[in-house]
Structures are given as structure tokens and as C-alpha cells.
Ligand binder design. Sequence first.
Ligand code: GAR
Length: 195
Amino acid sequence: MSKPVKPRIAILISGTGSNMDAIIRACASGRLDADIAIVISDNPGAPGIKKARSAGIETFVSRYGRETPREESESEIADVIMKRSVDWVVLAGFMKILSPGFVKTFRGRIVNIHPSLLPSFPGAHAIRDVLEAGADFTGVTIHIVDELVDHGPIIAQEEVPILPNDTEKSLAERIHEVEHRLYPRTLQQLLHDDV
Ligand code: GAR
């Protein structure tokens, strides 16, 4: 009997890749029933790229916004994704804003994780911004990506308290703990029609 086909995902990163790592581990342990077809980075120096390679996953580094214009880089990425018959595009700390054209190509199939309770504190510095605002709590949001920044239908959210002596580093560590648990679990539900 042939094995059931698993949903195929492409993971897009820009940096450390700790969320990517959590997804890799969840796939390896069977908590997330998916195949990681490729890991794509816009940043050749992203530590996550090395981690993906050492896990035996195919990688692609885009020249995003360096030698090539954004549209060209995005259509190259879209091409790489489509050639691998990917079902879902998973953003895991991908810090570039995707153009409406890219979002249209994969509409409803791009998912993002963000370190705040959206719609509060979108953007690249959500943890710093929430501390500067003097809030008592923040959190993690997982959502489907639309044309706006850190915006689109919310699939999962979890609150994270802000402690009196929190620094950007200590709060980021606690947010990451939640992210690493919540992202694989939410992806499992999303990819298997359970949300
Ligand atoms: C994560 O905290 C993720 O939520 C955030 O970048 C970090 C990447 O960490 N994403 C955004 O801010 C998107 N606007 P990682 O590379 O260790 O997974």
C-alpha cells in the first residue's frame, strides 16, 4: 500500500531560524505531519540556512533586494516553490514584506508568526515596541498573510505576560518558548483542516 501524501511546506527565514528548527523537530517526531520541501532565505548569512542544511533539507538563498529588484527576486522564489509542488508557504522570521503579486499567487496558503498580539504592534520591532509602550502583556499571533504588513485572518494567539524587570532579551526568550510550541501545533491543525 502506498503511503498517504503529506502536505509539503516551504519555510522562509531571514535569521536565526529557531522557529524553523522547532518545525523541523516537530516533523521529525511526527507531531507535525508535513514534508519540508525547501528552506528559503533572503539573507545568505542567516544561521538558519546552515541548520536546515545540516538537517538534510534543500535550501535556496535569494538575492532579494541586493543585485535584483524585489519583483524579480519574488518571482524567482515563487518559481522555486512551485517547482517543488509546495502546498503551504510558512514564514518563520522572514523579515521582508511580500508584494501583493506574491500574496495573490499563494493566496490563503501563506502563514506567518508574529511576536505580539496582532493587531497591536505589527512590524519588525514588536518586542521593543511593546516594552517601550509600557504594556503589561503581549503575546504571539499566527495568521494567514494578506497584502498588509503582519495582517490577515488570525488562526491562533497566546498571551505572554510582561514582567517588571523584563528586557528585550528576556521577553524575547519567553515569547520564543511560546512560539516554538504554538507554531508546530497550529500548523498541524491548519494543514490538516482542523482550525
Ligand atoms: C520570531 O520571534 C518571529 O515571531 C518574528 O521574528 C522572530 C524570528 O526568530 N517575526 C516577525 O517579527 C515578523 N514580523 P527565529 O528566526 O529565531 O525563528
